[in-house]
Design a protein around this ligand. Sequence first.
Ligand code: ZN
Length: 213
Amino acid sequence: MAEYRTIDYRCPYCGHTYSVRMYDVIDADSEPDLKERCRSGDIFHVSCPHCRREYMIQYPLLYIDRGLRFALLVSEKETAPLGQLGRPLAEQGYRLRRCTSLQEFTEKIAVFEDGMDDIMVELAKYDTFIEYVDNRKGTPEDITSIEYQRTENEVMKINVRADDKSMSFLIPVSMMQEEMDASPDLYRVREEDFPVVDSAWVISLFAPEDGTA
Ligand SMILES: [Zn+2]
């Protein structure tokens, strides 16, 4: 069952106060409508009944897919230790992640629903970035986003957006698997801590430790 609170929310545009339902926990299997709204990101979408403006409000939300065994905590900031919540789930083989943005949240759902390893996906996005820059398709400053699209026939599709254009890269899963198998310890995370696995995380794996390099 979904758990939610109804709060009085003050519209940042017109100052009108209205009720907004904020979900604390969404169980994907038992709430198909809410699941759909999470997949599209619509769950954070509100519209002011007074000025009619529409906008997104992000708040802490825990999304659990018990069938596919993953749980996503949407929270910009690190929260209190989550071991009590995370440990039993981690022991059951759940992948647990904290998502710092809405875009990351919807992407993680897509990645896990495709049966993919999100660590591999982040690595593929990083490799795509390097290839894009090395082949002088553009400079790092041009890139506005690198997004996972889907995986079909064991090939991942990654999109690089730069200004008004977008370029797709096709990356075989087997190639990424080889890269990961070469240094298995490097890519290990502690699931129970709800780690953030994003581009900054991947970059940190390859960056020298502060002051020791
Ligand atoms: Zn308003």
